[in-house]
Design a protein around this ligand. Structure first.
Ligand code: ZN
Length: 370
């Protein structure tokens, strides 16, 4: 990974970047925005490597994969391509500039020297919504007039969540989810996975390339999905007296999801010893369970409405799903989907997880709906 040619989707964004590179008209800073998992980091990385490449391909502009800069970049050892992540909850000023007790500021050490390995020094700042005000303000001047050999790439979910003075000094690139058939083909090609599985992942990730690739490349992710689906399959035939036991099982299931929610985040945050990141991680895990359950019930609905098997996401389980779909009516399955959506909204609004999962299972098993 690392070249524009290996990316999929977002053609307009890629073309804009490649055009700027080939006409040597890069701004001092880019702000790349888009939802988590859409592949913002992959685009940032392709831009960084191409801008530092000493022997780039032209028309379309891309990194050569062979010069010293490119080879080191692929190994993650190109010292002039510098990634800055939040340290705990925020990106702090000492990460950029030397402070008395922390003499390792990357900008203090890198900004004033011309690059030696590649053509540019690139500073990629991840999760820019987490810049503290002082860190953000300290960037303003260098963003306005960086040395000609320096490129800043800022990554955020949305420009509105970044300090306006920062955003206005950057050229913006918006990264969007990719059409599902394109992502499915890309997953089959890149990860050598079964078409059924690729289609399921594309739908589950709603076109977010980065997330889909992470899951597809990790066999544990498959097991996590199977565990949630196996649980979901027990629900349509369960009785109401089992609701609280199943709710308990649903919560336990969530604690076993790691790859699906992005393993690294809870660990990195955990170092700070605060409860808040763990609580957020637990909510993300529960949300992933609900997300997969909603895909499962949408499959039941599609089958029961129109025997519409082409739209079924879990198409490798079509026989089991067809049998289960017959146990209810379209009205029941769409009521179940509504209940899951409500639970997801309440989860996002910080409602109590035990309470909302208890209520959800009781509603899903409500015999009045059958
Ligand atoms: Zn190169």
């Amino acid at each position: 990974m690392g070249r524009f040619a290996q990316l999929v989707g977002n053609e307009a964004a890629r073309r804009a970047l490649q055009d700027a590179l080939s006409t040597d008209s890069l701004p001092g800073g880019y702000l790349i925005t888009g939802a988590h998992g859409t592949g913002r980091a992959a685009i940032a990385s392709a831009l960084a490597i191409a801008s530092a490449c000493t022997n780039p391909l032209l028309q379309p502009f891309d990194s050569c994969d062979q010069c010293d800069s490119c080879i080191r970049a692929t190994k993650g050892t190109q010292p002039e391509l510098c990634h800055i992540y939040p340290a705990g909850e925020s990106i702090q000023i000492w990460q950029f500039w030397d402070r008395d007790n922390r003499p390792r500021g990357v900008l203090s050490h890198g900004l004033q020297f011309a690059p030696m390995v590649g053509r540019r020094r690139v500073f990629i700042i991840h999760d820019c919504e987490k810049l503290t005000d002082s860190a953000a303000n300290s960037l303003l001047k260098v963003l306005e007039e960086p040395p000609p050999y320096v490129l800043f790439i800022l990554i955020a979910v949305h420009a509105a969540r970044v300090l306006p003075t920062i955003a206005s000094r950057c050229r913006q690139i918006r990264v969007l989810p990719v059409a599902l058939p394109i992502l499915t083909a890309h997953l089959i090609d890149q990860c050598k996975i079964e078409p059924d599985r690729a289609g399921m992942l594309s739908a589950y990730c709603e076109g977010r390339v980065g997330q889909a690739l992470t899951i597809a490349r990790n066999s544990q992710a498959g097991q996590e999905i199977e565990a949630v689906l196996a649980f979901s399959q027990t629900l349509p035939s369960a009785r109401r007296v089992e609701a609280l036991r199943l709710a308990e099982q649903m919560r336990r299931l969530a604690t076993g999801l790691h790859v699906l929610v992005g393993e690294e985040a809870p660990d990195a945050a955990g170092e700070e010893g605060s409860e808040a990141p763990k609580e957020r991680a637990a909510r993300r895990q529960q949300a992933a369970v609900l997300e997969l359950m909603s895909v499962f019930y949408r499959d039941l609905l599609a089958i029961s409405v129109a025997k519409d098997t082409a739209r079924v996401v879990n198409s490798d389980k079509i026989e089991v799903l067809t049998a289960l779909a017959l146990r209810g009516t379209p009205v029941r399955w769409s009521a179940c989907i509504d209940c899951i959506m409500t639970a997801m909204r309440r989860l996002e609004a910080n409602a109590s997880v035990p309470l909302l999962t208890d209520v959800l299972t009781m509603k899903l098993l409500d015999e009045a709906l059958t």
